[in-house]
Design a protein around this ligand. Structure first.
Ligand code: SAM
Length: 337
């Protein structure tokens, strides 16, 4: 890797998506950290419930699109395809599955799943983006005596130095969305993520864009920022040399507002815990009496309940946000308990 200092956004872009980038050349996200999509089939089951409700609300369209932006190795699409095959009704024959990914197509991916680097336009159905936005490159800014400046980073060492002043657009974003940064507080500038989300929302003709990610709201931005790295299941310093994931929590409200402007429809933002419960995920323990009558069934039910408990734990995955951006359809009925 070149050691010329870069703005974080550029360093992150190269480290994750360049020719030797972490996501493009590496083992794939599942080898390094645990997302909801990998944690449990209960996540896919809840998303599938949303799919069936949305399918009905849209009048059983042909095709019904499921487009997964930042699809990893296609894990969630594979699970949804299986659930559709197992379900009664016509959905399975009407499904059109598309993975949008910068990494190469996995050799064992079922042929029914299309694999592309660009989000298709004219989508009718569900656009998914699970833990995508936290990997959309961000700039980092610091207040200095001469105003806000970008932080430059040495891609080989992670060493940082203050760089040029912020552009007017990024400064405006900061003033609007990050007014609470205290003295000395560095800030992640989320404007690029707003644009990225608005871009994929703009690809929906009718349906819902669902972004699932860890993030924060304006009234409680983390002081000092959240930029960090992951490698092999461990949190590591965020050195943008291509050897680790580099990620930062998402300013969910600013992203949501950008999507809302693009769609012209109000968004819904709820915790993953609320969303999964609304979609019927049941984290309740099975009755102990089942252990006596059906020991194997009891063990299965217990494993399923603990998987849901992990996905809905407010201190963990359950604290992630579900951003639902509808286009031409009402979200309330889709998320009713
Ligand atoms: C953290 S992983 C999430 C994978 C999966 N969605 C999950 O929840 O497990 C983020 C993925 O987004 C992909 N990605 C990031 N930016 C992208 C873009 N602009 N277009 C397509 N894929 C992108 C990365 O290559 C990576 O595989």
């Amino acid at each position: 890797m070149n050691s010329t200092a870069l703005r974080w956004r550029d360093a992150m872009d190269r480290a994750l998506y360049g020719p030797a980038g972490f996501f493009v050349a590496g083992a794939g996200p599942a080898g390094h950290f645990r997302t909801s999509a990998h944690a449990s089939p209960a996540f896919a089951a809840a998303v599938f419930r949303l799919v069936t409700r949305l399918d009905a609300a849209l009048g059983l369209p042909t095709p019904f699109d499921i487009v997964d932006v930042g699809a990893g190795r296609g894990e969630l699409l594979r699970a949804l395809a299986t659930l559709a095959d197992e379900a009664a009704g016509s959905l399975s024959s009407r499904l059109r599955l598309t993975a949008v990914e910068l990494a190469p197509r996995p050799p064992d991916l079922p042929p029914a799943i299309d694999w592309t680097t660009e989000t298709p336009t004219g989508i009718t159905g569900l656009l998914l983006a699970t833990e995508w936005l936290d990997n959309v490159p961000v700039d980092v800014a610091v207040p200095t005596e001469t105003g806000w400046r970008y932080v430059l980073v040495n891609p080989s060492t992670g060493e940082e130095t203050p760089g040029p002043p912020l552009t007017t657009e990024d400064h405006t974003w900061l003033t609007r969305w990050h007014p609470t940064s205290g003295p000395g507080g560095r800030v992640e500038v989320g404007r690029g993520r707003d644009l990225a989300w608005a871009g994929v929302v703009g690809c929906l003709r009718r349906g819902v864009a669902l972004g699932v990610d860890y993030g924060h709201l304006r009234q409680a931005r983390p002081v000092g920022g959240t930029l960090t790295g992951y490698r092999g299941g461990r949190q590591v310093p965020p050195v943008p040399d291509g050897s680790c994931d580099v990620t930062a929590h998402v300013a969910m409200d600013s992203v949501a507002a950008a999507g809302e402007r693009a769609a012209g429809c109000a968004y819904t933002l709820v915790s993953q815990r609320e969303a999964l419960l609304a979609l019927g995920a049941d984290g309740g323990r099975p009755p102990l009496s089942l252990a006596g009558t059906d020991p194997a069934g009891y063990v299965r039910a217990l494993a399923a309940a603990s998987a849901v408990a992990e996905l809905t734990d407010p201190a963990g995955l359950g604290g992630h946000w579900w951003l639902l951006q509808p286009v031409g359809v009402a979200v309330d009925a889709l998320m009713a308990r």
